[in-house]
Design a protein around this ligand. Structure first.
Ligand SMILES: Nc1nc2c(ncn2[C@@H]2O[C@@H]3COP(=O)(O)O[C@H]4[C@@H](O)[C@H](n5cnc6c(=O)[nH]c(N)nc65)O[C@@H]4COP(=O)(O)O[C@H]3[C@H]2O)c(=O)[nH]1
Length: 894
């Protein structure tokens, strides 16, 4: 009865579970006569342990003792385990030597324990603990005592459950308030730390943490927020293998661990804390995939884990959501960082026009920062209302807009921007936002314009160059089929530009060309094109002329005349007034298929006709020109192969004294054309000069002439013949000419003193010093020089003094009418007296009759060449001719 009333007092006074249990154990040993009493909790985790939570009995203790309630475990065979398993009272009247106490025999003997009784502590559904009482005597307890103890055990169990219910209720209430506060806090990087701190406090734990699985390091987790005794733990990684946490992540949703030290031997944190218990819940993502662990740690044994577990589960949901949100934020931040790296401006605007996203590229390009831009509409200097409306409409219609905008930046700078904008729609298909990707093309466009200018415009005049002109011609040609209008191409070449350029200098020449360009541009409509082909050649393309060719031609001629008139006006170039004229060739096009090259060629040909017609005039292309040009091209081709086919031959014409004595011969080239027969030089020398073939032809003539001279030297009849060989200006100017002369003489063995080179006055003009140097070099060999066609050009007496000239030739144009034309006679006389005063020989060419010869003789010229004496003939005939006198009796001088 004493025990019963003591027990009632205990129950009335105890406010906590531990207080009640410890006091009860003490009551049983002090007043109940038992030498040792303990109360244990049957753990619900997979250790199946019975953990002592209160005991009394002097020195006796359960330190180091293991007891289990699983029959399959080594410490599960005792009466306490059986009481938990069966929910029945188990008694043992003689413990020493009993198999049931095998694991604990030593301790039983040491503590003097002989018999025991064990009561299950039950709630409505299960056995949650045991009460064990020990005596130091052998024997069973009397039935009344067992009955009494059963009453006590029931009262204690009920009191315990009552206390627990009260404690659980107030704990749950406080946990819930704290949890609600913690969970409603805002999010952010600090959030998880604060949440762990308040969770730890709310659950009355000593520590708490959140750990994340590491996808980059499987089997490991990282502590991302942790608190121990209110202090933040250092984040670190830890291995999961072999720990209950590994099971938690793979097999179960929660974990209650009471034996932390042995279950987590490698975790210094737990060891440092002297952790006893640990409750954790798995964190899962939206799909249910485990992503981490949230848990609390206790230094004291955990009596009940249900409330903690369920609270943790609430935290877990919130934390998992937060982790997913942070992951999404991280991903977004990564994407934003990537977008910031983009060179282009990337902007997102809502359909309300307000900026939602503004990358670093946008700040670089426009100058406004993200802070200034986001939330506001774009400044109107960036996007005018009209542009915005127009673009928005296209976005709504097609979903995309691409185009170029001229925009003004924050600092006022104008930029040219190429925009690629896309309309984004929501799931409901309604327009949501506009993604703008803007590329700054200001510099690129300027560079392109510069390249364009360089590539397609003449740098001196700014007019379209040949390339652009050909391109425009091509365009007009291709669009011809669409319009029936005629067009005209005017080829304009300045007359005597070369002389101006050479005499006044290139700067003046350039200035003239610039003024010509301006005048040309002012003569035509804006649709027409004025271009410069190069040098002094300009082209004007007139478009949209009349359909009728006659009217179109007359229109083109009017423009041509206008141009001639404009170009004829004096030019003012740095204080000098200069006069110039132009020749214009015109071709119409629009009704026949023709390449642009052909068109240009036609206009060019017509221009040459204008030049030939006396310059400062215009000519239209006529098909007859085409015929002659084609024939010329054919001849040029044939000429190229003529030397290889031995089609050239030298004819020789005698040069004689008045009495018919032979003093020399002139070599004159002939071409035995395969179809046209023998051609005289007039038919091909000009062509050879223009096409450059004169170099090869001249070399052949030089070699053939020298070879003939050498042959004649060895024959008595011809040994004294001096041979004159014609040299063209272009041949003379060639850098290898002097070498060619040396080689021809050396290889032929001809006596250079018997050789004379005949050149026209034009050879002398270009560069008098170079001419002089070349002639002197040749002169060193003994070769003489004769000046052909003297008097026909701009004869300058000065070069007669400078150059090593031996002979002047009176041109046949003065000889022809020397008897009747006083002017010609005066020129012939002047040439003779000039030759006399300079100590030069003089010879007249083209002497056809005795009257001419006699008149020339009267003027003082005593050497002649002409049909009067003989016609040019092949060498063999010439040699035969030498056997006869060059002058018949009736031709002797009177
Ligand atoms: N009407 C008339 N003509 C006469 C008379 N006597 C000679 N001729 C012609 O007058 C030209 C004289 O040659 P050129 O003044 O040097 O004029 C030459 C010369 O400048 C050039 N030429 C001829 N052969 C060569 C050559 O081998 N090399 C070069 N570079 N030019 C040559 O071609 C020009 C013409 O040569 P060809 O037709 O052979 O014409 C020759 C000759 O046949 C005459 O009494 N009456």
């Amino acid at each position: 009865m004493r025990l019963l009333s003591g027990c009632v007092d205990l129950i009335a006074q105890a406010s906590t579970e531990m207080q009640l249990l410890n006091a009860f154990c003490a009551l049983m040993t002090v007043s109940g006569g038992y030498v040792f009493c303990w109360i244990g909790q049957a753990l619900e985790d997979d250790s199946f342990k019975i953990r002592p939570i209160a005991q009394a009995g002097g020195e006796r203790s359960l330190e180091g003792i293991e007891i289990s309630w699983s029959s399959s475990l080594p410490f599960g065979g005792g009466p306490c385990g059986e009481a938990v398993r069966t929910g029945q009272v188990v008694e043992c009247s003689d413990m020493v030597g009993s198999d049931r106490f095998n694991p604990w025999q030593e301790r039983i003997v040491r503590d003097g324990l002989r018999s025991m009784i064990c009561f299950p502590l039950n709630d409505v559904s299960r056995t949650f603990g045991v009460l064990a009482l020990y005596r130091d005597v052998i024997g069973a307890l009397p039935a009344q005592e067992v009955h009494l103890l059963t009453q006590l055990e029931k009262q204690i169990a009920q009191a315990l459950l009552g206390l627990r219910a009260r404690a659980d209720h107030s704990q749950t209430e406080s946990i819930m308030i704290r949890t609600a506060t913690a969970l409603s806090a805002s999010h952010g990087s600090e959030f998880l730390w604060r949440l762990v701190a308040s969770m730890t406090e709310a659950l009355g734990a000593d520590g708490g943490f959140i750990a994340r699985c590491l996808s980059e390091n499987p089997g490991h987790a990282r502590l991302i927020a942790g608190v121990i005794d209110g202090e933040r733990a250092t984040p670190s990684d830890f291995a999961l293998a072999g720990t209950p946490s590994e099971d938690l992540l793979t097999q179960r949703e929660w974990l209650v661990c009471d034996d932390v030290a042995s279950r987590y031997p490698a975790y210094p944190l737990f060891e440092k804390m002297k952790a006893q218990a640990y409750v954790a819940v798995r964190l899962e993502d939206f799909d249910g995939t485990p992503i981490g662990i949230i848990g609390v740690i206790f230094r004291e044994p955990l009596l009940r884990s249900a409330v903690i577990r369920s609270t943790l589960q609430i935290y877990a949901i919130r934390v998992a959501g937060e982790i997913e949100r942070q992951d999404a934020d991280t991903k977004l931040a990564e994407h934003v960082a990537l977008l910031d790296k983009a060179q282009d401006a990337i902007i997102v605007r809502g359909i309300d026009q307000r900026v939602q996203f503004w990358n670093a590229g946008a700040q670089r390009l426009y100058g406004w920062s993200a802070n200034e831009a986001i939330g506001n509409a774009l400044p109107e200097s960036m996007l005018s209302v009209e542009d915005q409306q127009h673009i928005q409409q296209q976005l709504l219609d097609t979903g995309e807009w691409t185009g170029i905008l001229r925009q003004r930046c924050k600092n006022g700078r104008l930029v040219l921007v190429e925009g690629h904008w896309t309309l984004a729609r929501g799931d409901d298909k309604q327009p949501r936002s506009i993604l703008m990707i803007d590329t700054d093309i200001t510099e690129r466009t300027a560079a392109e314009a510069e390249i364009q200018q360089l590539a397609f415009y003449d740098s001196l005049t700014g007019l379209p160059n040949r390339r652009l002109l050909l391109d425009r011609l091509q365009q007009v040609q291709s669009s011809r089929s669409r319009s029936h209008h005629n067009s005209a191409l005017l080829f304009i070449d300045l007359d005597n530009f070369k002389t101006l350029n050479d005499t006044l200098g290139h700067d003046m020449g350039d200035a003239l060309l610039q003024q010509v360009a301006q005048r040309l541009s002012s003569c035509v409509r804006s649709d027409d094109t004025v271009g410069r082909l190069g040098g002094d050649e300009f082209v004007v393309m007139l478009v949209d002329l009349e359909d009728a060719p006659g009217a179109a031609a007359s229109h083109a001629a009017q423009v041509g005349e206008k141009i001639l008139q404009a170009l004829r006006q004096p030019y003012q170039i740095s204080d000098c007034s200069y006069h110039s004229t132009a020749s214009i060739g015109i071709t119409l096009f629009g009704h026949e298929d023709m390449s642009v090259t052909e068109l240009l060629k036609r206009a060019d040909m017509a221009m040459y006709q204008a030049k030939a017609a006396g310059r400062d005039t215009l000519r239209f292309f006529a098909s007859a020109m085409q015929v002659s040009v084609t024939a010329r091209a054919l001849l040029e081709n044939q000429l190229r192969n003529a030397a290889g086919k031995n089609q050239f031959e030298l004819h020789y014409q005698a040069q004689v004294k008045g009495d018919g004595t032979l003093i020399g011969a002139e070599a004159l080239v002939r071409w035995h054309h395969p179809t046209r027969g023998m051609l005289l030089p007039a038919a091909f020398i000009g062509l050879a000069e223009e096409s450059g073939q004169i170099l090869a032809l001249g070399r052949w003539i030089l070699e053939a002439g020298c070879a003939q001279l050498a042959r004649w030297q060895n024959k008595p009849l011809t040994a004294s013949v001096r041979l004159a060989i014609n040299v063209s200006a272009r041949q003379f100017r060639h850098p290898r000419f002097v070498d060619d002369v040396y080689r021809a003489i050396r290889e032929s063995g001809a006596d250079p003193h018997q050789l004379k080179l005949e050149m026209t006055e034009s050879v002398l003009f270009d560069d008098i010093y170079d001419t002089s140097a070349r002639m002197s070099e040749i002169r060193k060999l003994g070769v003489g020089f004769s000046l052909d066609d003297f008097g026909t050009g701009y004869s300058s007496l000065s070069y007669l003094k400078i150059l090593p000239i031996d002979q002047l030739k009176i041109d046949q144009s003065f000889v022809r009418d020397v008897q009747t034309n006083k002017g010609d006679a005066a020129i012939a006389r002047t040439i003779v007296s000039l030759a006399d005063s300079f100590g030069l020989e003089v010879i007249a060419e083209g002497v056809e009759n005795r009257g001419q010869r006699d008149h020339l003789a009267a003027l003082g010229c005593h050497s002649y060449q002409g049909f009067l004496f003989n016609r040019p003939m092949p060498a063999s005939q010439f040699e035969q001719r030498l056997g006869q006198p060059f002058v018949s009796e009736n031709m002797r001088m009177h």
